[in-house]
Design a binder for this molecule. Structure first.
Ligand SMILES: C[S@@+](CC[C@H](N)C(=O)[O-])C[C@H]1O[C@@H](n2cnc3c(N)ncnc32)[C@H](O)[C@@H]1O
Length: 469
């Protein structure tokens, strides 16, 4: 163990696991755990630490004395700089192994509940080009690579259209290609940048808060429809029209061409008025004959094909016979509620975002589903006496909370609700495990099925069936 600038250098340690947030895990000679950036299980690395705590170090690999046999060549030229696909260098079968392992470990260590054997993780049929939504930022301060800086070459064109460099709010990686969304995603992004430069339009500068072009959002659907949304910092009708007109002419198959004038400090769209330039203001996603209308602000699972698999598992775990009253908590735009409605007597969806509930109701009408009802509400407050009296006690509860999991009060309410089954869909098995522990007094975990919605990343979705003891 050598010391350098007060930070510890750990020489030639073997990465033995993948831990939280996809970090590589090794053991230091002093017995502490080491969480390492940019390494994968099987690598033998020298690590420069940057944080030391009682039980662990955090650090980054500064040299490799052996490369893992689990490595593959990343397909993307931006790998290592772009923060998007950190596991592209880990073969897909090993990505799945570590995701499965993370779910099992979290349920055992945090949940400490009795478990059935965890079912083998369901991999994604598409390992690239699986996302249906991407958001790119314009910047006049392109991120320069080390090679570009060292070359001494004067790089005058600093315009970029791409992703934020991890941890750098004002620096954008200029993308040549991205392997996450299918075409015409790359073609549209490249064209927009080329045309904007040809027209001499200014790219945004985050520090000074100026520049015309802010963001580009692209949504695609399994029905082949495409939505393009350009966000401008201020109104300049002539240049705005020149750019949008050029995009519409070059890509006549765009279903929905939209824009926003946003002069706020941040570029979130949720409080902005969306303007229609061409086509309609929404696209459609389809699943088992159900149609889901998606506008610029709608939430929809980002991997459509794998969302279908996730929903099928959820419906299967719910084991509906057609007679049940089902509650779908954290329903979003009501996709799960509608997906299971054909097998239930009635489904009640609850969600905190009013726009999402509006969309859920609209989609239910579109799909001629008349046994679903949707309500706006904060889950913490929903299950009051009146709600239960009006809607009845559910036979089955489906719950799909955000990463933080369910609030402890919601878990208490669930215990009082006393449904026969709970199907718990989660994008964070650590918080899910915490909630399972709280439900353990009344519910036994009977099935566990991890699902990979995000290949090339460490993220993993998990579906758990709980049955009343
Ligand atoms: C993981 S998403 C689930 C979406 C939906 N089940 C689907 O598959 O499309 C979680 C949802 O919970 C909603 N949410 C977050 N906090 C909430 C709360 N306190 N009460 C109700 N809904 C909430 C979010 O707005 C989001 O739509």
């Amino acid at each position: 163990m050598a010391r350098k600038n007060k930070q510890i250098v750990l020489e030639n340690i073997e990465v033995i696991d993948a831990g939280a947030k996809g970090k590589a895990v090794a053991k230091a000679p002093d017995g502490r755990v080491v969480f390492i950036d940019n390494a994968i299980p099987g690598d033998v690395v020298t690590v420069q630490t940057y944080k030391k705590k009682k039980g662990f170090y955090e650090g980054k690999a500064i040299s490799f004395s052996k490369y893992s046999e689990k490595r593959v060549e990343p397909v993307c030229p931006h790998f290592g700089v772009c923060g998007g696909c950190k596991w592209q260098n880990l073969a897909y079968e090993h990505q799945l192994f570590y995701k499965q392992n993370e779910v099992e470990q979290n349920l055992k260590r945090i949940g400490k509940v009795e478990l059935p054997p965890v079912l083998p993780i369901l991999g994604s049929a598409k390992q690239y080009f699986y996302r249906n939504k991407m958001e790119f930022s314009f910047s006049d301060s392109k991120w320069l690579t080390l090679a570009q800086i060292r070359s001494g070459e004067v790089i005058e064109d600093r315009n970029a259209l791409g992703f934020h460099i991890p941890g750098m709010w004002d620096k954008i990686l200029d993308l040549d290609v991205c392997y996450l969304q299918e075409e015409p995603s790359n073609a549209i992004r490249d064209f927009v940048k080329m045309k904007a430069e040809e027209l001499g339009l200014s790219f945004f500068n985050t520090r000074n808060q100026d520049g015309f072009l802010r963001t580009l959002m692209l949504r695609t659907s399994s029905t082949g429809e495409v939505m393009v949304l350009l966000q401008f910092y201020y109104e300049d009708e002539t240049n705005r029209d020149l750019l949008l007109q050029a995009v519409a002419e070059k890509f006549p198959n765009i279903t929905s061409l939209l824009y926003v004038i946003n002069s706020k400090g941040n570029d979130t769209l949720y409080d902005q008025e969306i303007m229609l330039y061409y086509g309609r203001d929404h696209i459609f996603e389809e699943m088992e004959g159900l149609k889901f209308k998606i506008n610029a602000k709608s939430f929809y699972q980002t991997n459509s094909e794998q969302a279908y698999e996730l929903y099928k598992i959820t419906r299967d775990f719910a084991g509906l016979t057609g007679n049940e009253l089902v509650y779908d908590l954290y329903t979003g735009t009501g996709t799960i509620a509608q997906f299971v409605s054909g097998k239930a007597r009635k489904v009640i969806g609850v969600e905190v975002v009013p726009d999402a509930i509006y969309a859920a109701k609209e989609n239910a009408v579109l799909n001629n589903i008349d046994n679903v009802e949707f309500y706006v509400g904060d889950m913490k407050k929903v299950f009051n006496q009146e709600f239960i009296k009006t809607h009845g006690k559910p036979d089955v509860v489906i719950t799909d909370p955000p990463r933080d999991g369910m609030h402890a009060d919601v878990v208490l309410q669930l215990l009082n609700l006393d449904a026969q089954k709970i199907v718990y869909v989660s994008c964070n098995s650590a918080t899910q495990a915490r909630d399972l522990a709280l439900l353990d007094s009344k519910y036994k975990v009977t099935r566990v099925q991890p699902v990979d919605m995000f290949p090339q990343t460490h993220h993993v979705e998990n579906v758990v069936l709980l049955e009343k003891r």
